[in-house]
Design a protein around this ligand. Structure first.
Ligand SMILES: [Zn+2]
Ligand SMILES: [Zn+2]
Length: 155
């Protein structure tokens, strides 16, 4: 079994740090209103990891808030800079899925391209690309799960 490269992710100020093993399972853009408010931007650019790929130290300075359940997403902002740090998507009976903002990677330009746009119905402005667009709650959730499972199989 080949070993996967380990990189260090961090929030914008660097107080929050975590370890990432291997590349993201999926990268997507989300236009939902919660992501807009949480990221203070028109869309979220997120990389998705399995819980086993990410190690956040126990003494992390992250303040988690839970949004919408089920399924619940625990969204964490760094206490030092107040910016999005890391998010945990809690699924019943399954291991957590971890969301890491693409900007919190050591080399965002080296990440795979986003695979889709989710909740495109609540976009602030039209996007100038031909990524697949998914609108509404269930179509977006199903597209996410399909993309995540396909990414797991590719790993
Ligand atoms: Zn910070
Ligand atoms: Zn969202």
């Amino acid at each position: 079994m080949q070993s996967e490269p380990v990189t260090q992710g961090q929030c914008p100020c660097g107080e929050t740090r975590f370890t990432l093993r291997g590349g993201p399972v999926l990268r997507f853009l989300c236009h939902c209103t919660i992501c807009q408010a949480f990221n203070n931007s028109a869309q979220a650019d997120i990389c998705v990891y399995t819980n086993g790929q990410v190690r956040l130290p126990d003494d992390h300075p992250v303040d988690f808030q839970t949004y919408r359940r089920p399924p619940a997403v625990d969204r964490g902002k760094c206490r030092a800079c107040g910016q999005p740090a890391i998010e945990y998507f809690r699924l019943p009976l399954l291991p957590d899925i971890v969301f890491v903002p693409s900007a919190n990677h050591p080399d965002p330009a080296a990440l795979p391209a986003p695979a889709m746009r989710m909740f495109y119905n609540s976009r602030v402005a039209d996007a100038e690309d031909d990524l697949p667009r998914h609108e509404g709650y269930w179509p977006s959730q199903l597209a996410f799960l399909r993309g995540y499972l396909a990414g797991l199989i590719r790993r």
